[in-house]
Design a protein around this ligand. Structure first.
Ligand code: HEC
Length: 230
């Protein structure tokens, strides 16, 4: 009897494994440009909310201040907006052409994550979706500031005010996600400018424009952090 039980259990596990594997493989070779069925989204959302860990708290607290949120917004523009859109609502044909589609960051599904989970998502990405992990590209402090910015996106009034300030400062534009970002006063980054502003036909000009718009407070802020690689 005992032996039969174990043989049955192992056979059951193998059969389930094969069925799961075939189901997984059946997804390959299908279009990415269709909307996932609701049940699939619900299941994935449930699994993600359960399984995504919390990132460790930062060594020194990163304040959820207006300036830090703006710094987060500035970085959001050149790292994230290419997929998530400047508003974070993923309302472009490009965003909808991913499978699963790029997430609307103001949506309840995303806002339900804790701050530490959002930080973990930025740092590590989500496998088998288009969401990259940024640990080699964005330092921890900046990632927390981006988390605060994402929270602000869920409040339309707040988001609108931030948009205004970011526009004034010349940061309301989509950049290349992995490009080194130029901050005023960092000479070495000058060479990277052409990569930094994908749309910029006149990179030199844009650089000057940014310098002018940069208020003192932000300048201080941007010197505090640097990208992992440079
Ligand atoms: C190359 C495109 C791309 C870029 C660039 C990108 N994302 Fe994403 N992001 C995605 C996709 C696709 C998803 C949907 C993944 C899913 O449904 O699990 C996603 C999902 C997310 C989610 C929600 C996860 C969930 O469970 O729905 C967060 C939060 C997020 N991205 C934040 C960011 C931030 C912050 C940046 C910039 C640092 C960024 N993303 C840059 C493609 C991108």
């Amino acid at each position: 009897m005992k032996r039969q039980f174990w043989v049955g259990l192992i056979a059951g596990i193998i059969v389930c494994g094969i069925i799961g594997g075939v189901f997984g493989l059946s997804l390959v070779g299908k279009k990415a440009t269709v909307e996932p069925p609701e049940w699939e989204e619900e299941m994935a959302t449930m699994m993600k909310h359960r399984k995504i860990p919390e990132a460790a708290a930062p060594a020194t607290r990163i304040e959820n201040s207006e300036e830090n949120i703006l710094t987060g917004g500035e970085h959001f523009g050149h790292h994230c907006a290419v997929c998530h859109d400047l508003e974070g609502d993923a309302d472009s044909d490009f965003a909808k052409s991913f499978y699963p589609p790029v997430a609307d960051l103001a949506s309840p599904d995303v806002q339900e994550y804790s701050d530490a989970q959002l930080k973990w998502i930025i740092d590590n990405g989500i496998r088998y979706t288009g969401m990259p992990g940024w640990e080699k590209i964005i330092d921890d402090a900046t990632q927390w500031k981006i988390v605060y910015y994402m929270r602000a996106l869920a409040n339309p009034e707040k988001a609108e005010k931030l948009e205004e300030v970011l526009k004034e400062r010349g940061f309301w534009k989509i950049g290349a996600p992995t490009a080194e970002h130029h901050h005023p006063g960092e000479e070495a980054a000058g060479e990277q400018l052409e990569h930094t502003h994908a749309e910029g036909a006149e990179p030199e000009h844009e650089h000057e424009e940014q310098g002018e718009h940069h208020g003192g407070a932000v300048q201080e802020e941007t010197h505090e952090h640097s990208h992992g690689e440079h």
